[in-house]
Design a protein around this ligand. Structure first.
Ligand SMILES: [Fe+2]
Length: 377
């Protein structure tokens, strides 16, 4: 064996060498794709990110790696007017969020009739796992840009075999079997704040349900059952002149701003916050178990979409740190009530509103010792 043959401690043999950890498979695969691969805390404008030709899909694209990109990460692709992507299938789940444009996606699975999903700016859907999908820009003048948030890192690092991931004949009939109307944009409210659907035409106009425990005027809906994905998603909105309560959870939630202007503070317990200023088409991902708090400094509502690494309520797949879906008391334990905040948070917000001219509608918290404040920045 080579290791035994080469063993010679006095001459610096293998037992004196430090183990050099190879790069994860997903990272190596990314590097081979020949397109930009960005690693950043936040993206100011998804519509403005520079792309390059990606042979895999036959259109321009890039990788966007936010915090904790070992479970879930993202890609952006762009289709010129009339352009089609090459058909693609894979053993990882992906969200398709349309940043801008108009088009349709063909979904193909062996033995069943094809489905066609028409989409427009801010549509959201997920090609069912391992179905072949092909996007087409149906507009003759405007480009179409799509964000894919995928659990490709998790899947590719687990199996580290491209043929298994991209050329696998397995058919997940339990997820999709060509049902007529599968991608119709209808929805079923299955519980307070829980909606089952496979297609949302415009997430910015989507139904939301009050959730005042998260802040004044806060409204949210959790999307469940979307193509039977295990990756979860929710849409939230909050009123102008208000901010949400800080909370924290596990890694990988990609927050995409759909509407409004404001900022978010992100901090690890005991550390100073990292501030992200945002507007429509900004994106960031609060790191694993970092507190994060969203502030609306605009004159209208602020709405965002969160695409997550796990947490589809019907297909709970627990990975890493606990989250609101795996512990019923999680929200209480990991949310900071306004009364427990550092007063500087409110003062900073009030000062920001003086700059933007928006009305301050958030009452000053009655600070007290309701309980010990966890993780104040
Ligand atoms: Fe969150």
């Amino acid at each position: 064996m080579a290791i035994v043959d080469n063993f010679n401690a006095s001459q610096g043999g293998p037992e004196t060498q430090k183990f050099k950890r190879p790069k994860p498979f997903y990272e190596l695969w990314q590097a081979k794709q020949g397109i930009p691969s960005y690693t950043t805390f936040h993206v100011q404008d998804l519509a403005a990110v520079e792309l390059a030709h990606w042979d895999l899909l036959g259109v321009d694209g890039c990788f966007m790696n936010l915090e904790d990109p070992f479970l879930i990460s993202s890609m952006i692709i762009e289709l010129k007017p009339g352009q089609k992507t090459k058909p693609l299938k894979h053993m990882f789940e992906t969200w398709i969020f349309v940043i801008k444009g108009k088009g349709e996606t063909l979904i193909r699975q062996d033995g069943v009739k094809d489905s066609v999903i028409p989409w427009q700016s801010r549509s959201l859907f997920g090609p069912p796992l391992n179905t072949t999908y092909q996007h087409r820009n149906t507009d003759s003048t405007e480009t179409a840009r799509i964000l894919m948030v995928t659990n490709a890192p998790l899947t590719m690092n687990l199996y580290h075999n491209e043929r298994y991931v991209f050329d696998n004949p397995f058919v997940f009939e339990d997820r999709y079997s060509g049902q007529q109307g599968y991608f119709n944009p209808t929805y079923e409210i299955i519980a307070q704040r829980y909606v089952r659907t496979n297609m949302i035409t415009d997430v910015r106009d989507y139904y939301l349900h009050e959730w005042k425990e998260r802040g004044i005027g806060a409204r949210t809906v959790f999307l469940t059952g979307m193509s039977h994905h295990t990756v979860g998603a929710h849409v939230s909105e909050f009123e102008p002149g208000t901010y949400k309560k800080a909370h924290r959870h596990g890694p990988g939630a990609h927050v995409i701003i759909l509407e409004g202007e404001g900022y978010s503070l992100n901090w690890k317990e005991g550390d100073k916050p990292t501030r992200v200023d945002w507007h429509e088409n900004s994106m960031f991902s609060p790191p694993d178990m970092w507190y994060h708090q969203h502030f609306n400094t605009g004159k209208g509502p602020a709405r965002y979409l969160a695409l997550k690494s796990k947490g589809a309520p019907e297909h709970l797949c627990r990975i890493g740190a606990p989250g609101p879906n795996s512990d019923p008391d999680f929200a209480q334990k990991h949310q900071i009530e306004h009364e427990d905040e550092d007063p500087a948070i409110y003062d900073e917000f009030a000062a920001e509103l003086r700059k933007t001219g928006a009305e301050l509608r958030q009452p000053r918290p009655e600070y007290g010792n309701r309980h010990a404040a966890p993780g104040r920045p």
